[in-house]
Design a protein. Structure first.
Length: 350
């Protein structure tokens, strides 16, 4: 696995001539609020949700009309792309970006998560909020808990047998494994229902069953069982890959706080562990705004279209304080993330 290149990566690292202060983030927050960047964008989200719903309806109609032919498999990648759009909307609802009302946000999340994707909104939201509170913290961030992948040498040291083989080869296996991510999220969410209060469990479970029933009925009513299985496998695999491509660049290979070391304030905790991705409107669309990961972590409730507007403010603020602000291109971000995974597995290969 090649080492990450630095030719297209940009890390702002001016001299650290000022000690951390509790007001560091407060000053930035006042500036962002003063420019209205935390204000809701209800019209933008209404149009986005409506456009996504129409696209999903169009693809589903196409599946129903072409299910008698193998040509229907060409619609699976389209359905995967718009399933990812649906997941991004559910993500934004979970962060109260769409509406400030908790009940309305939950309704949007349940529709886009449970009903349309078959993923538990409550399970994902709890997990994701814990990640946001302590990104890349080995003891507190559920996204870096040792599982199929590991993220530190200490985690790798305990691997042996088949898990050891996975760790030795995890950089090469990462993107193939993301093909299973869509199904894995559904399974984890369903298993997580048991930890919910009874009333919430009934609502979420009922919507998950409704999704599974409708999805299965659509495919089996439109095509033969073999073709339906092929369509579902292709759709779910590409959906998982799309999510993996969106999430992989955000934190992998970035700073990981020492549980026994210095405690970082909110500004440093979020900026030092996150990586932004350059690329323009197409990358913004493909990654659902998550390419502005630093701004998103600093201001989780900031509406998606405002993240790019906050970027120069955050970047300038970090430069003034001497805080590294990491930003790179899309391909190089994957190279950096995979190189980190490869390095973690190096002791086992030796």
């Amino acid at each position: 696995m090649p080492e990450p290149t630095t030719a297209v990566a940009e890390v702002v690292r001016p001299p650290r001539d000022a000690p951390p202060a509790k007001s560091d983030f407060a000053h930035l927050l006042r500036t962002v609020k003063g420019q209205g960047l935390l204000d809701r964008r209800r019209t933008w989200y209404t149009l986005t949700i409506a456009a996504n719903a129409l696209a999903l309806a169009g693809v589903v109609t196409g599946v129903a009309l072409t299910g008698g032919s193998w040509w229907c498999l060409l619609l699976a990648p389209l359905l995967a792309v718009f399933s990812a759009r649906t997941a991004f909307i559910g993500h934004d609802a979970g962060h109260s970006q769409i509406t400030g009302g908790r009940r309305a946000a939950r309704v949007v999340g349940l529709i886009h998560g449970n009903l349309l994707l078959g993923m538990s909104y409550a399970w994902w939201n709890d997990k994701h909020n814990r990640h946001h509170a302590n990104p890349n913290h080995i003891d507190k961030d559920p996204d870096v808990v040792a599982d199929i992948l590991v993220f530190t040498g200490a985690q790798a040291a305990h691997r042996s047998g088949f898990r050891g083989w996975l760790t030795r080869n995890q950089a090469w296996l990462f993107f193939p494994l993301t093909l299973l991510e869509g199904v894995a999220l559904k399974i984890h969410g369903f298993l997580g229902l048991r930890r919910l209060p009874v009333r919430q469990r009934v609502v979420e479970g009922g919507l998950l069953v409704t999704h599974a029933t409708a999805y299965t009925t659509l495919l089996l009513a439109s095509m033969s069982p073999g073709r339906a299985l092929a369509f579902a496998a292709l759709h779910q695999a590409l959906f998982g890959l799309h999510l993996g491509l969106a999430f992989a660049p955000n934190h992998k290979g970035m700073e990981m706080p020492d549980p026994d070391g210095e405690r970082w304030d909110h500004l440093r905790r979020q900026v030092l562990t996150s990586r932004n991705i350059r690329g323009g409107p197409l990358v913004d669309w493909f990654l659902g705004g998550l390419n502005y990961q630093i701004e998103h972590h600093l201001f989780p409730s900031m509406p998606r279209p405002h993240l790019r507007l906050a970027r120069p403010l955050v970047r300038s603020h970090c430069r003034e304080l001497g805080i590294p602000y990491t930003e790179t291109g899309l391909v190089d971000s994957y190279r950096q993330a995979l190189s980190h995974l490869h390095e973690v597995g190096e002791p086992l290969r030796a």
